[in-house]
Design a binder for this molecule. Sequence first.
Ligand code: F6R
Ligand code: ZN
Length: 196
Amino acid sequence: MSAIATNRKATFENLMQPWSVGIDVITGVMDKPDRTLVRRASDMKGYYRDHAALQKLIAAGDPVHYEVFEKELPEEYGHLLLCISKLYPGTVGDECFMTKGHYHTVAGTGEVYLCLRGEGYMIMKTEDGRTNEQKFAPSRMVYVPPFWAHRSVNTGDEPLISFCVYPADAGHNYGDIEKQGFPQKITRRDGRVEMR
Ligand code: F6R
Ligand code: ZN
């Protein structure tokens, strides 16, 4: 049976009720999320280039770098996962706070981000060495096509809050990122943002 036919059968046997959820676009918090992913400085070992600066930050209180609020949904073909990502402002050395970044396990799946607050970039790369960057600003959407690893970077003074939606069976693949990172490095020193 094809995936679509299987999905249709499942739909009528076990129909999910439509639902809605509120979000606060200022605080970047979802009402009653089913899951909250919290990544602190200590979860980011190996991701920033200045290891000593990261250690210092961990020793000084291990601040939260980002939180992701999600609703529980079946991680299967047909559903769409949605989340609110709240990436705090700050730097490690001079490198702006960022998410780990990942490919999707089902590599041929894309993702849509809508920036609600803050400023920054979505930096992207492919396994064969292509790179791309898109600006995050309030009311700006970023499309991450299939096969692009993606990482959010906060270049501003306030939380970078975005809404994202992607196929529920996409999965996360941190692949070469923990070892190689992304070719793009975004720094901020004395308020001046640079991408190298
Ligand atoms: C899902 C997605 C986001 C991220 C979140 C955390 O495909 O892109 O929900 O999972 O921003 O980022 P990572 O997983 O890179 O720590
Ligand atoms: Zn993703």
